[in-house]
Ligand binder design. Structure first.
Ligand SMILES: Cc1cc2nc3c(=O)[nH]c(=O)nc-3n(C[C@H](O)[C@H](O)[C@H](O)COP(=O)(O)OP(=O)(O)OC[C@H]3O[C@@H](n4cnc5c(N)ncnc54)[C@H](O)[C@@H]3O)c2cc1C
Ligand SMILES: O=P(O)(O)OC[C@H](O)CO
Ligand code: FES
Length: 477
């Protein structure tokens, strides 16, 4: 019998796994897909929100501000990209200026430091590409940007190094209460555990409703984006929002921490929890709304589009805690935005619930430090030379657009919870994420995966399951 089973290896399941890996507990994470960070945690805006959007005394409000303050230390400990670039909520109508002061007051009640309303002149000095019609803005110096999948991978790797087991392709199908815990039925057999932590994202209602009579409902709220080339990564320095609406924070314009420009998302409630396609209609709404924010949009620099699903609960707040009628079953559900920003604080909140229940001993050998893959593109020539001297595979560039070397790709496969497919390589190294979107580097990455995993190229997939790219040879070369 395990002490804890965590369902879901997104940023929430992985951050909780890492916090709990400090204790002498037998913990497993069950994930239905082929890797960590394949659900909502890979497809979002990547903003570490300052914390003025949520109503005071909500979990969203409290955990956002607490989580935000943890990012500087955490990103150093776990070696993932994070930058405090600041954010602006822009107002384009004189009569709506009052709403900025209301947001400021709400933020101050939540404990957000340094908020101030700034004038048109100040905005245009900071951000010359903002539309000249702007009237005023709320400036939040603590707003930040993070790479959401690298953060998730970093948490998961560190949890794994500290003893947490991850089971991929393992879908929870049913849960039964036992006298001393739970029997969890999956497509890969049964697991028994004293506690369950439900971190299943948009599917958290299905998991909860398997065991509790107090039913919950999660509505998938889709958001579509346009991603732009690094050539326009400096188009804005800060994250630019418009005034929020009842559907959320609206279409933003932001640099990403990896140096692209990102515009989106839409917000549309849908039925299908697997529906992440982008649409001509969605993307034209994104661009239309962004035209309110910007003087012009660098249309020729769009390199791709993507969509993610918010796990919107009808309670309109995070649902965190033991289910009322099922002792030992802990929900971490309805984690829509600001879930990424709050993840470090959510993990601590769940840690408190678990330690209260199980009273575990702290491990003596817990190691909080994780080192990421060395990034050739960020090194000085001297550092590059030293690395190539140690391992010549760092001297061969595989992805030209993103300057990723063969050494980095091999390391991404060999690490704890290493990449097993092309998307796994992308998220760990950025190989394939550049302007040509894998056109040039894909065959080389397939070959490296095939060598390292000792599999024929016909078995190399994009994201597990049936996503093979090649089915055989049409002639011997
Ligand atoms: C468009 C959009 C923009 C956003 N922008 C931001 C932002 O800028 N800042 C911010 O703070 N937040 C943002 N968010 C919210 C943030 O992305 C989420 O709060 C966060 O990623 C949720 O993580 P998660 O681990 O709960 O979910 P997920 O990442 O979806 O992880 C859940 C995992 O559970 C697995 N799973 C589901 N069912 C089962 C099962 N039966 N058995 C096994 N595994 C299962 C799934 O495969 C998945 O991997 C945004 C969300 C969206 C959609
Ligand atoms: O549209 P929201 O409010 O769900 O927010 C999503 C991101 O945090 C910002 O794009
Ligand atoms: S060469 Fe890799 S994305 Fe273009």
């Amino acid at each position: 019998m395990r002490d804890i089973v965590i369902i879901g290896a997104g940023v929430i399941g992985s951050s909780i796994a890492r916090e709990l890996s400090k204790y002498d507990l037998k913990i497993s994470v069950l994930e239905k897909e082929s890797d960590v960070a394949v659900g909502t945690s890979k497809a979002n805006s990547g903003i570490v929100h300052a914390g003025y959007d949520a109503k005071p005394n909500t979990l969203k409000g409290k955990l956002n501000v607490k989580g935000n303050a943890m990012f500087d230390d955490l990103s150093k400990e776990l070696d993932f990209p994070f930058k405090r670039n600041g954010s602006l909520v822009l107002c384009f109508e004189e009569q709506e200026k009052e709403k900025l002061y209301q947001l400021k007051e709400q933020g101050e009640k939540n404990g957000v430091p340094g908020l101030k309303v700034i004038s048109r002149k100040e905005i245009l000095k900071l951000e010359p590409n903002v539309n000249q019609n702007v009237v005023a803005a709320l400036y939040a110096p603590t707003g930040g940007i993070v790479c959401p999948y690298e953060m998730t991978i970093a948490y998961a790797e560190n949890a794994n190094t500290n003893g947490v087991d991850f089971y991929f392709h393992t879908e929870v199908k049913n849960i039964k209460k036992l006298e001393t815990g739970f029997l969890i039925k999956t497509n890969q057999g049964d697991f028994e555990s004293r506690l369950i932590i439900n971190a299943a994202g948009v599917f958290a209602d299905s998991i909860h409703n398997m065991i509790s009579d107090h039913k919950i409902k999660i509505i998938p709220r889709k958001g579509e984006y346009c991603l732009f080339d690094k050539a326009v990564g400096n188009f804005t320095q800060r994250t630019l929002f418009q005034l929020p609406t009842k559907m959320g924070k609206g279409v933003l314009v932001t640099p990403t921490v990896d140096g692209n420009l990102l515009i989106g998302p839409t917000a549309v409630d849908i039925e299908d929890k697997r529906e992440v396609s982008t649409t001509a209609e969605g993307l034209s709404i994104v661009l239309e709304k962004a035209r309110i924010t910007l003087k012009e949009i660098p249309m020729k620099q769009i390199i791709t589009s993507f969509a993610g699903l918010r796990a919107h609960s009808i309670e309109d707040d995070f649902i965190i805690g033991e289910a009322k009628d099922v002792s030992g079953f802990i929900d971490v559900a309805g984690i829509e935005s600001p879930g990424l920003s709050s993840a470090p604080a959510i993990a601590q909140m769940v840690e408190n619930i678990v330690t209260e229940k199980l009273k575990p001993k702290e491990k003596e050998n817990f190691d909080p430090i994780r080192k990421g893959i060395p990034k050739f593109r960020e090194m000085s020539n001297q550092e590059r030379r030293a690395l190539i001297e140690k391992d010549c595979s760092y001297g061969r560039i595989v992805c030209r657009c993103e300057t990723v070397t063969e050494g980095e790709i091999r390391s991404a496969i060999k690490r704890p919870l290493g990449a097993r497919d092309l998307d796994g390589i992308k998220r760990r190294t950025r190989a394939g994420m550049g302007r040509c979107q894998s056109g040039f580097c894909l065959p080389k990455i397939m070959k490296i995966l095939s060598e390292e995993l000792d599999l024929p190229e016909t078995e190399i997939t994009k994201f597990g399951k049936q996503s093979n790219l090649v089915i055989g040879k049409d002639k011997e070369i």
